[in-house]
Design a protein around this ligand. Sequence first.
Ligand code: NIG
Ligand code: FE
Length: 412
Amino acid sequence: MSDDCRLWHGAGLFTSIAGAAPITDGALVTRGERIEWVGAAAALPTSLRDACVVAHDLGDAWITPGLIDCHTHLVFAGTRAQEYSARLRGASYEGLAGAGGGILETMRATRAASEAALLAASRPRLAALCAEGVTTVEIKSGYGLDFASEAKMLRVARALGEEFPVTVRTSFLGAHALPPEFTGRADDYIDTLSGDWLPRLTQAGLVDAVDIYCDRIGFSPAQARRLFTAARALGLPVKMHAEQLANLGGSLLAAEFAALSCDHLEHTTAADAAALAAAGTVAVLLPVAWYCLGETRRPPVDALRTAGVELAVASDCNPGSAPGASLLLALAMATRSFGLDQAEALCAATRGAAQALGLGANRGTLEPGRIADFAIWNIGGPEELGYWTGFNPCRAVIRAGRIVHGELQRGH
Ligand code: NIG
Ligand code: FE
């Protein structure tokens, strides 16, 4: 429909296409919910320009793909500010978890919250992400740890996707921690998740992917294998929290199952990186968790790059290890703390993140045929993203070709 054809110009374009240079005077044409054309304004065919009924002259802006937050736990009740105080005084994340706090503390609050209360608690966090140009967000379960509460979390995630102008992808993270009902019976718990909860939640349309916390205070690779085998039988993609506190061999197992992503990776080796690359598994870096846990060991970014692993960066929004809701802050931390450059970090929060959610064919870059999800920024160049630290220069957000946040013209 030609009346649905819009031109967006007067802006630079950062397409997130691998190896592509930024376009300083760009033009982007959308038709309905898709991108029709992207390039230098001077190269825009006259016939296409004439076909555009609406032309938005942005005047001194930059356009990037909509940001994608591919790892969040943003549906939860309560806080863990008290635990944070204890950690500041020297208590360890693992020690608090071993004493029945940590994830189980949030489990108690989340179980006790009504569905409406959980939705209300989660809204401001998602609103903060959307205001930063996020157009797709992954939300995990994993603080319910019983069937009804896991289902409640996933329904809230779906409801947020209806209420906000954002695409929500859910991950079932029942294997986040061992709930008290299964103390001493981790294998039984994995069997229950695999054989009962996961099929029912999938049948209810609540699950897009399956995740597991594979670590010393989580589950073993052998347990992950059983869960992943069940996920595969249901046709669901898998992902893993791996090598955060120690290397248990999780990323090798994830690679064996061609996981969409492996996340954290502070203790990943060069051999693990080679396996991830061969499997096409994305490495999701979570610098806010690294920072807030006071970690010193960094993920091996050089080894991941050398192996050719696609990188993603995410907020990890959760009440324990990463209390916040800012993907822009994660980008800034990924540059300063993990050594990504700004363009690499921006690609990681767009193209890499789309791949980490299995959405790489339609999202994450500005290319003809892709969904027209993009953000308009009050910046002088794309190097300002991953540079501003605790400042949000997002002017407006476009989702599927329509303005969903902010104003197109710069305010005065
Ligand atoms: O990604 N590591 C496991 N899961 C979360 C933290 C969850 C929590 O502490 O509540 C993470 O860091
Ligand atoms: Fe996480």
